[in-house]
Design a protein around this ligand. Structure first.
Ligand code: COA
Ligand code: AMP
Length: 635
């Protein structure tokens, strides 16, 4: 017997235009579309071609117009500053319209780029929505990236304005942002016309005359700006994510398709209703923050929660329970690593007893695979469904999930459940043939992808095609490997590229290798991700030094660790490296990173048939053992 999930999935596959046209009824359009799916320029598919809309109008204005003005739109909870603030929909609209006026006064108009380099404060969301209001394209850069990463993004996006703040706060450490911003602008060839700086009480602003504008003074004088009509297919934002080199990929998302898919997901995947309190404990710098802190909850008329703190240490492992109880959260979305951190500090869940969690109904986890231990611990302690769901910066919303508003399937540990309606997921072999169930292959999505998936990479249509579409013609390559079982449950096993997941953050080991290789004493290097009980994976470096280097290995390791922190940022969590004489390679010279990773993680591995010199693997094992990793179990 079919169920609402199967009916929806079938329709989305058989008649995507009908499926998404129905979902699009929940969005207010300035002008309706000419074509639901425009496939005239394959593989560049466009949703809702010919339509005009405004994302900010759908997120704020229409709710105020229809009586939701006094409802809380955004609750800011900041244990690191000891403050809280609630914005009603009317108040948030007022702030956003005025900040749009500030940007307009700085010359920002439709199509201009604005970089937002902000900590987790409401003003970050206000700046994003203000850009959407003007039809400007925002690009939020995560605060834990170093100046160099910001500079690369400035040069690629060429922003007219940068919005930033005087500081972020990491538990109890004040992180000054302006030195990073100033260095980034110095390093970049492109210079913004202006920077708008939010002064925070924790650190006063030292503004640069002629360049910087003070947020508060500008807001005091601002003339509120109206919504600007944009094409549904116009970009709403660029979000940079790690690629296989140090050059990040600028994922481009549109306005119309993005709204339709996100709005649909709130009820059908998350089982959220307008008025519910929905909390994504992530950061606005990541895609989870874009989709599920800012846009989706507001499009759906929910109350969103913006939390400036950590799961532990602000002040303890009961922080999440306090927030849920205090603000009556119904749905929490976070990364498994947050739960591993809580479990480590409070294994028996003793702190739960201090809080009333009666409003709490659902926990969603993503960003990395939810390990069965964490899943069962959370189920046991919280007594709510715990839903692992799988997605990527590129997808913008879940590709696989138990769709809690459609039909609840049994949870299977280790699986993010089934493909979400709209996503035609197939598992392929190297020759692009579909594999039988149970066999591991490249998890791919048959084109066209649903609304809200990436349009292209900013200024890089060719790189988009080459990175995602060329290897499996007719499919989008997710770069995740895994399998599907007989019942359609997906299992995501590993990345097929050099991306690693550190505490739910996506990082490129290739990018780190570029930084290590820049050290004057390093002749060759490799970075792999090794298993970590808290963060899932952490990066680990191998260095071959230039002949004749006489400085100590400890000094050089310390310097490369500092280099990664300075050039990529603390978020990379690169803290360990060893010096080796040789790296294991294939006869054609490719470094055998996957085998090295298996040795580090004490996994069984097969001796690669193409290995040049098997003895090097023993040397790698000895080096890893010297720092506490890897007892080899070869077969
Ligand atoms: N600005 C400046 N520095 C930042 C930063 C920011 N916005 N975010 C992180 N950092 C720094 C941290 O201070 C830390 O620096 P350190 O090496 O000096 O200690 C480093 O970057 C790594 O940060 P983080 O990944 O947060 O690790 P942590 O050890 O501080 O905390 C967890 C571990 C598990 C508590 C933390 O990773 C966490 O809460 N994860 C939740 C998962 C999440 O939000 N995922 C997002 C995708 S859903
Ligand atoms: P990001 O683009 O930062 O969201 O990272 C996307 C990558 O994180 C995916 O390609 C996966 O490798 C991994 N990932 C995200 N969610 C899951 C999940 N639920 N299970 C397994 N891997 C996941």
């Amino acid at each position: 017997m079919s169920n609402p999930y199967e009916d929806a999935y079938q329709l989305s596959r058989d008649d995507p235009a009908a499926f998404w046209a129905a979902a699009a009824q929940d969005i207010d359009w300035i002008k309706p579309w000419d074509k639901v799916l425009d496939d005239t320029n394959k593989p560049f598919y466009r949703w809702f071609a010919g339509a005009q809309c405004n994302t900010c109008y759908n997120a704020l204005d229409r709710h105020v117009e229809r009586g939701r003005g006094e409802q809380a739109a955004l609750i800011y909870d900041s244990p690191v500053t000891g403050s809280q603030r609630t914005y009603s929909y009317a108040a948030l609209l007022d702030e956003v319209a005025r900040f749009a006026g500030v940007l307009k006064a700085q010359g920002v108009s439709k199509g201009d780029r604005v970089i937002i380099y902000m900590p987790m404060v409401p003003e970050a969301a206000i700046a994003m929505l203000a850009c959407a209001r003007l039809g400007a394209i925002h690009s939020v850069v995560f605060g834990g990236f170093a100046a160099n990463e910001l500079a690369v993004r400035i040069d690629d996006a060429e922003p007219k304005v940068i919005v930033s703040a005087t500081c972020g706060i990491e538990v109890n450490r004040v992180i000054p942002y302006l030195p990073l911003l100033n260095t980034a602008i110095e390093l970049a060839s492109h210079k913004p016309a202006a920077c708008v700086i939010l002064g925070r009480p924790e650190l006063a602003a030292e503004l640069m005359p002629g360049r910087d504008v003070d947020w508060a003074s500008a807001m005091a004088e601002a003339v509120p700006a109206d919504c600007v009509a944009v094409a549904a297919t116009d970009p709403l934002y660029i979000l940079y994510t790690s690629g296989t080199t140090g050059q990040p990929k600028g994922v481009v998302r549109d306005n119309g398709g993005h709204m339709v898919a996100l709005k649909w997901s709130m009820k059908n995947i998350y089982d959220a209703d307008p008025g519910d309190v929905y909390w994504a404990a992530s950061d606005v710098g990541w895609v989870v923050g874009h989709s599920y802190i800012v846009y989706a909850p507001l499009l759906h008329g929910c109350t969103t929660l913006l939390y400036e703190g950590k799961p532990v240490g602000t002040p303890d492992a009961g922080a999440f329970w306090r927030v849920i109880a205090e603000h009556k959260v119904k749905i929490l979305f976070t990364a498994p690593t947050a739960f591993r951190a809580i479990k480590r500090e409070d294994p028996s869940g003793a702190l739960l007893k201090d809080y009333d969690l009666s409003t709490f109904k659902l926990l969603f986890l993503a960003g990395e695979r939810t390990d069965p231990d964490t899943l069962h611990w959370a189920e046991d302690k919280l007594q709510v469904p715990v839903i692992d769901h799988w997605w990527q910066t590129e997808s913008g919303w879940p590709i696989a999930s138990n769709c809690m508003g459609l039909h609840v399937f049994d949870v299977r540990a280790g699986s993010p459940s089934k493909a979400v309606p709209g996503w035609d997921v197939r598992v392929l072999d190297e020759a692009c043939n579909e594999l039988p169930t149970g066999e591991i292959g490249a998890i791919s999505v048959k084109l066209p992808m649903p609304p809200s998936s990436l349009l292209t990479l900013w200024n890089a249509d060719e790189r988009y095609q080459q990175a995602y579409l060329e290897e499996y013609p007719g499919y989008y390559k997710t770069a995740d490997a895994g399998y599907m079982d007989d019942d359609g449950y997906l299992y995501i096993m590993a990345r097929t590229d050099d991306i690693i997941n550190v505490a739910g953050h996506r990082l490129s080991t290739g990018g780190m290798e570029e930084v290590l290789a820049g050290h004057p004493d390093v002749a060759e290097c490799a970075v792999i991700g090794v298993a970590d009980p808290l963060k899932g994976q952490v990066p680990f470096g191998f260095l071959i030094l230039n002949a004749g280097v006489t400085r100590t290995e400890e000094d050089i390791v310390r310097e490369v660790v500092q280099r990664v922190r300075d050039q990529i940022g603390p978020v990379a969590a690169f803290k360990q490296a060893v010096v080796v004489d040789r790296l294991p390679k294939t006869r054609s010279g490719k470094i055998l990173r996957a085998t090295m990773q298996k040795i580090a993680d004490r996994e069984t591995y097969k001796m690669p048939a193409t290995i040049d010199d098997p003895a090097i693997l023993d040397e790698i094992e000895v080096a890893l053992q010297s720092v506490g990793y890897g007892k080899n179990v070869s077969s």
